[in-house]
Design a protein around this ligand. Structure first.
Ligand code: SF4
Length: 377
């Protein structure tokens, strides 16, 4: 099956990540009408009084355009549509040369008219979240009855508008058995990209169960096997060792620019302007109200250390794949408090490594039985 042609969002795949992020996520607001079990932002029903104002937001977009042509910016939340200037900001970002995409929440406010307004304003791609293969499972995960139907309807509105569609899915014990059916749904919806997020335990995500390293390895092997057959692209989020699995499985030649990790090709600006290496690594390197996001990304000690593969510790520091992987710095931070430590979701142990292993003290917890579901497709 060939993959569909679509408008590309963002800069060329090869960028110098010392100079610019491949993607900058901006959390417009933490306000959201959903109460998802895994919410990184611990979203609230009302907007925070100290959110960036419209003028401050435009200044941020001006700064961001200085990274270079066609810089990819994701308007995220919360629900970005809880801000009444969301469409205006899409239009402004587009005018200053950014490639703006958005991850609105699957609620009634994501109407066909709202999707059309976003497309008219220049939005390059819309992402929706689907975390269950049917309404009952998705709605339970999202904490809102009717969310599945509204999300699928919004996805159809996007494709009707000619707006490339991305589907985001969280991988954890609660969702793993649904992955094959969700992949079918992603294809049926005509999405151009499936983003598979391996849970990092921050925000309300601490209430969910991450999968074990062995199970993560099998999911990644399944993804590598299936990805070429899907009519959409695949990307993993907070699972850079997918690249190691892919290289081992396909015997591909490692390339430095194969992916991005927190602070290295990736940056996050919070609703109040704090700049983090990722939304799952809430360690601020500065605030855009005081310093340009460009300077913070290029020059702050935190971001520079995250781009130094030789600064990694534990088995990630000893790993021959660290230049193409490097592990999830967010997960290392969430589980150890040190963003340079080993990623505990990766089961690979470098040859000759005899230091501590991140799962030495971990409780493996109960396993559901997703393996059959994942491996049987
Ligand atoms: S040990 Fe670390 S750097 Fe090596 S593959 Fe695993 S996560 Fe990546």
């Amino acid at each position: 099956m060939s993959k569909p042609a679509h408008r590309s969002a963002g800069p060329p795949r090869r960028v110098d990540t010392d100079e610019r992020p491949f993607v900058l996520i901006w959390e417009l607001t933490q306000a959201c009408d959903l109460t998802c079990e895994h919410c990184r932002a611990d979203a609230q029903p009302d907007r925070h009084p100290d959110e960036l104002t419209t003028e401050e937001a435009k200044t941020l977009l001006d700064q961001t355009s200085e990274f270079g042509e066609n810089q990819l910016v994701v308007f995220s939340g919360g629900d970005p549509l809880k801000r009444d200037d969301a469409v205006e900001l899409v239009e402004y970002g587009t005018e200053v040369g950014l490639s703006v995409t958005m991850t609105p929440s699957g609620t009634a406010s994501l109407s066909p008219d709202a999707v059309a307004d976003l497309a008219d304003a220049g939005l390059r791609r819309m992402a929706v979240s689907i975390d269950g293969a049917n309404a009952a499972r998705h709605d339970a995960f999202r904490g809102e009855q009717g969310s599945f139907e509204e999300t699928v309807s919004a996805a159809q509105s996007a494709t009707n508008e000619g707006l490339p569609l991305q589907v985001n899915t969280t991988v954890c014990r609660q969702t793993i058995a649904d992955l094959p059916e969700i992949a079918d749904l992603v294809a049926d919806l005509g999405a151009v990209l499936w983003s598979v997020f391996f849970l990092v335990p921050v925000g309300r995500g601490t209430a969910l169960d991450p999968i074990s390293p062995d199970r993560a390895e099998r999911v990644m092997e399944w993804l590598v096997e299936e990805a070429d057959e899907w009519p959409f692209g695949l990307k993993t989020t907070e699972a850079p060792h997918y690249r190691r699995v892919s290289i081992q499985q396909t015997e591909a030649t490692p390339k430095r620019q194969m992916g991005i990790t927190a602070g290295d090709g990736f940056a996050f600006v919070s609703h109040v302007g704090e700049v983090y290496p990722s939304g799952f690594l809430p360690e601020s390197a500065g605030n855009v109200r005081e310093r340009s996001v460009v300077d913070i990304y290029r020059d702050s000690d935190l971001f520079q250390s995250l781009r130094d593969e030789d600064a990694l510790r534990g088995k990630c520091g000893a790993c021959p794949y660290r230049n193409v992987c490097g592990g999830s710095r967010s997960r290392a931070y969430a589980t150890t408090g040190d963003p340079l430590e080993s990623d505990p979701l990766c089961s690979f142990v470098p040859e000759g490594y005899d230091g501590p292993l991140p799962w030495d003290d971990a409780d493996p917890g109960p396993e559901t039985d997703p393996e059959h579901a994942v491996n049987s497709t």
